[in-house]
Design a protein around this ligand. Structure first.
Ligand code: APR
Length: 313
């Protein structure tokens, strides 16, 4: 049985972290693509030389040529610029729209049956761009944001309560921005809702820190944005797909009436399997939660309208 193939477009911080994680899990052969000459080749060689040490038999190719990505099962798109201190994710929109459009067109030419996982920001709008540029059905175009936002929430809860991160399941809906919607009543520690374990003020503080989690890291790094957790989160999605795990993860998907949202890309709980987005899991939201989700979805729509207005697609 041949190993699955994942192409990672953008061999920068997030792309290289994802590639590292794929090798560590012995999940797939990796093709690392970047526009910069030599850099993906160098990183691929370095990662390949790590494999004997960790006991992983995946193969690596570093390249500037999309022909090498042919027949990928999954493509993780990280190409684009990251933000700097003081920038919002939305500030990246015009540069990254052009990059994601070009990259997607190249990817689909060589891997028409692949499943795309977007990581480039502003995330939800970039999933819209890739969906449009690829012509793929919604099942095969999704964005990584909810896994990361949930991981941040889980980390902060674990730090607060002094418990294992493994005990914590978090539930975050909405777009990947300051108006994301972490749902406290569906966030649990060993099955116990956090609302039974912490007072409201503490939960609110953790929710706020989660919403600003990316900016906190940008402020500390000063030269770019987070990459270990984003890269690893994208690989969790790829693993769920390639192993047909039917894992329910919060992902950015094209809502077609689910949660009362139509024709907008936004973070919702999704069942991931070998076909990609196999189901959007629906639950009843309280009125205030639905309102927050609507605000977040409305924000994504504004960004997509800006892209449409700019005539780039
Ligand atoms: N084709 C291929 N690669 C490209 C292209 C392109 N047209 N344009 C840019 N790139 C590459 C860059 O050369 C760079 O190596 O994308 C890579 C991006 O890497 P970094 O600058 O290190 O950025 P990173 O931290 O990885 O973030 C990438 O993910 O989380 C988001 O907000 C983040 O949008 C950003 C993206």
């Amino acid at each position: 049985m041949s190993r699955p193939k994942i192409s990672v477009i953008g061999a920068g911080n997030v792309g290289a972290s994802a590639a590292f994680q794929i090798a560590d899990q012995e999940l797939a052969d990796v093709v690392l693509v970047d526009i910069v000459e030599g850099m993906p080749q160098g990183k691929a060689l370095d990662l390949h030389q790590m494999c004997p040490v960790i006991g992983s038999d995946v193969n690596f190719i570093g390249t500037n040529n999309y022909e090498d990505t042919a027949n990928s099962d999954v493509v993780i798109i990280t190409s684009g610029i990251p933000r700097k201190p003081g920038m919002s994710r939305d500030d990246l929109i015009s540069t990254n729209t052009k990059i994601v459009k070009e990259v997607t067109e190249n990817v689909v030419k060589h891997s028409p049956n692949s499943i795309l996982i977007l990581v480039t920001n502003p995330l939800d709008a970039m999933v819209y761009v890739a969906h449009k540029a690829s012509g793929f059905p919604r099942e095969r175009v999704m964005g990584m944001a909810g896994v990361l936002d949930s991981a941040r929430f889980r980390t902060f809860i674990a730090m607060e309560l002094g418990v294992s991160v493994e005990n914590i399941h978090a539930f975050v809906l909405g777009g990947h921005g300051d108006d994301m919607v972490p749902l406290a009543r569906y966030t649990t520690v060993a099955g116990i809702p956090i609302t039974d374990l912490m007072d409201e003020a503490t939960i609110d503080a953790l929710v706020t820190r989660t919403r600003k989690g990316g900016a906190e890291i940008v402020g500390l790094l000063k030269t770019g944005s987070a990459f270990y957790a984003p890269g690893t989160s994208a690989v969790e999605m790829a693993e769920a797909i390639l192993k047909d795990k039917k894992k329910i993860l919060p992902c950015c998907v094209h809502a077609e009436g689910e949660y009362g949202i139509d024709n907008i890309f936004v973070g919702l709980p999704v069942k991931l399997g070998r076909k990609g987005v196999e189901e959007i899991v629906q639950i009843d939201l309280q009125e205030s939660e639905q309102e927050e989700l609507n605000v977040s979805a409305g924000h994504v729509k504004e960004l997509c309208d800006i892209i449409d207005g700019a005539g780039i697609l």
